[in-house]
Ligand binder design. Structure first.
Ligand SMILES: [Zn+2]
Length: 228
């Protein structure tokens, strides 16, 4: 299993820590928390769709609703820190033991991209956190847009092995699928898609507008639902 542990370097060399690593280190030193990267749940796409629908029902999410409200209801915070283009990874979620969480977004990405990112991170929370939570009361989850692995006790990154890469890619796909299903529930999407008889571009625009997503994302959803 992959875990992300960050501790101070024994040799005391100056370290360039990312905001994510600083947050992990703070909680590790203070509360002894170990943050694990997501384990893929390896269920079929239609099960991911079903779980996203269940989550939306439980939380009373309606199309176009700001997801920051949902995060707050769940005991989460959405923070903005850093600018994209810097080397550190700025789109991530840390789920703390017990389920409270922090999501970070860059300050210079579009509102539509941020919305998809928050939905994606909620996917990690709902699909993947329960799988690491069973490891014990000090277990948290860290998910970033890239796979980061540190050996416990050193700051040296090590190369993930093939199995870790495959697991991470799978978990990312699951969170992405969850996000699209959450933002554009399939029944609603079909209704909006079929509400106009005009050309495909108009249908994409109608869906993007209705669900508050980018045209690219609406087009992607239409493809995975077999509508184009
Ligand atoms: Zn992710």
């Amino acid at each position: 299993m992959t875990s992300l542990n960050v501790e101070r370097s024994a040799v005391g060399a100056p370290l360039m820590l990312t905001e994510l690593e600083r947050a992990i280190m703070r909680n590790q030193e203070k509360d002894g928390v170990t943050y694990h990267s997501p384990r893929a749940c390896r269920v079929p796409d239609d099960e991911i769709e079903r779980r996203a629908g269940k989550f939306a029902d439980e939380m009373g999410i309606v199309p176009g609703q700001p997801l920051e409200e949902i995060a707050a209801k769940l005991g989460g915070r959405v923070n903005f820190h850093g600018f994209k283009g810097a080397s550190e990874d700025l789109e991530w979620i840390l789920v703390h033991p017990g389920g409270a969480f922090d999501i970070n977004l860059p300050e210079d990405t579009s509102a539509l991209r941020d919305r998809y990112t928050v939905a994606h991170e909620l996917g990690h929370l709902y699909l993947h956190f329960p799988l690491v939570e069973s490891d014990g009361p000090k277990s948290g989850l860290v998910a970033a847009r890239k796979l980061i692995i540190h050996d416990r006790g050193t700051m040296a990154s090590r190369q993930p092995n093939q199995e870790q890469i495959e697991n991470w890619e799978r978990a990312e796909e699951e969170a992405d699928r969850f996000a699209r299903a959450l933002l554009m529930r399939s029944d609603d999407f079909s209704d909006v898609w079929n509400s106009t008889n005009r050309d495909q571009r108009s249908k994409v625009l109608a869906c993007a507008y209705f669900f508050e997503v980018s045209q690219n994302l609406a087009r992607w959803r239409a493809k995975e639902m077999g509508l184009v």
